[in-house]
Design a protein around this ligand. Structure first.
Ligand code: ADP
Length: 363
């Protein structure tokens, strides 16, 4: 047997294939038989297009690969190929042009290997690592949630103890203490209800159980409500510039839109470095365009997509409290309305979050 024939016969781990300049098979090694399942006599003289997925073949991929190999001296890739029985596998393939003495193209050689097992192992590892980070994120979230709930709960306990002590005093004193304390108790209870509502939303939004209650409303009015709520919650110690000169009527879920705008404005004030936050609302064709602009710490480009994922945070946790839930929920809620939410920002230069909300959602 000639050395070339021995080579084609001897190498069984790799599919060795020689093609003519037009992509017709000229030599088909034993490894190619094993990897692709075609015997040599079925392939020699045939176009190598048979080894590609039908849509790759129709899109002219086999010819394009020959071109690429010619242009760059070789072409290497991992792609799906097709076996004789129609099943597919991941092939790592290197295609090299074969040139004659004067540099003329005499054909191509391809060496390919089935790497499906390795890719599946890599995918399994990736899934495992994703699952581990999801568990880590959940644990961090639970720790944060417990911590956030503990603060108002402790305050609640202290106030109740004070009330019990006061109840042993004279009736007039009891009444005076009660009035002052119950107001504080109410604030702590409100804060805890808000937190519990957030916790419930994590589950509802994640399992897609969120039902929108679409009704007539005015986005400008919702924005005004959100602005005064944020200012009130901070005891007036912040500045929101509301720019909503006209009503922006539409059909949407006012409670959920309020939740979205609240999350954005609350973040603007939290991460805004104490400066004023602008909240503007305009009608833009069939959509409402709401922008929340602050002049605070800003967000690095590599974090701008990540922060919309569940429990993802970019600001230092020691400095800023939070769950990493608001933007994720906001995006889910805006999407549920058929709208979009995006951010423009640069570190140290503030951030602008923009919501585009369809005013007549499809039902
Ligand atoms: P939380 O504020 O509770 O951490 P969010 O989902 O609302 O969660 O925000 C996710 C992260 O996005 C924040 O932790 C913060 O790093 C970043 N972020 C959100 N809004 C702003 C903003 N206006 N300026 C700077 N960073 C922001």
């Amino acid at each position: 047997m000639e050395l070339t024939a021995l080579l084609l016969d001897g190498i069984t781990d790799y599919a060795l294939v020689a093609l003519d300049p037009w992509g017709r098979v000229q030599a088909w090694g034993r490894g190619a038989e094993r990897v692709y399942g075609f015997p040599g006599d079925a392939m020699v003289g045939e176009r190598w297009d048979r080894l590609f997925l039908p849509h790759d073949g129709a899109a002219g991929r086999p010819g394009a690969l020959l071109e690429l190999a010619l242009r760059h001296g070789r072409h290497e890739e991992e792609a799906l190929r097709v076996r004789r029985d129609g099943s597919t596998f991941w092939a790592h393939a290197v295609l090299t042009p074969l040139r004659g003495e004067r540099g003329e193209v005499r054909g191509f050689a391809e060496v390919a290997r089935d790497v499906t097992d390795r890719r599946e192992a890599e995918q399994a590892l990736r899934r495992l690592s994703d699952a581990r980070s999801a568990v880590r994120a959940r644990d961090e979230f639970l720790a944060l949630a417990a911590h956030e709930l503990k603060t108002p709960l402790t305050a609640l306990g202290l106030n109740l103890q004070a009330m019990v002590r006061a109840s042993h005093r004279k009736p007039a004193e009891v009444v005076a203490t009660l009035a002052a304390r119950t107001e504080r108790l109410q604030r702590h209870v409100d804060r805890m209800s808000g937190l519990v509502e957030t916790l419930l939303d994590v589950g509802r939004v994640a399992s897609g159980q969120l039902e929108l209650r679409i009704q007539d409303g005015d986005v400008a009015q919702v924005a005004a409500r959100v602005a005064s709520r944020c200012v009130e919650e901070r005891g007036g110690r912040c500045c929101v510039d509301l720019d909503a000169p006209e009503p922006v009527p539409g059909r949407f879920d006012p409670h959920r839109v309020e939740q979205v705008l609240f999350a954005l404005l609350d973040n603007g004030l939290k991460y805004g470095g104490g400066g004023p936050v602008q909240l503007s609302v305009r009608a833009d064709g069939r959509r409402a365009r709401v922008a929340v602009r602050d002049q605070g710490i800003g967000i690095a480009p590599e974090d701008q997509e990540r922060i919309f994922q569940r429990f993802e945070r970019a600001a230092p946790a020691t400095q800023y409290g939070g769950f990493g839930f608001g933007l994720w929920a906001a995006r889910q809620l805006v999407k549920a309305h058929g709208g979009e939410i995006r951010v423009r920002s640069a570190p140290g230069e503030g951030s602008t979050f923009e919501v585009l909300l369809p005013l007549c959602p499809k039902r």
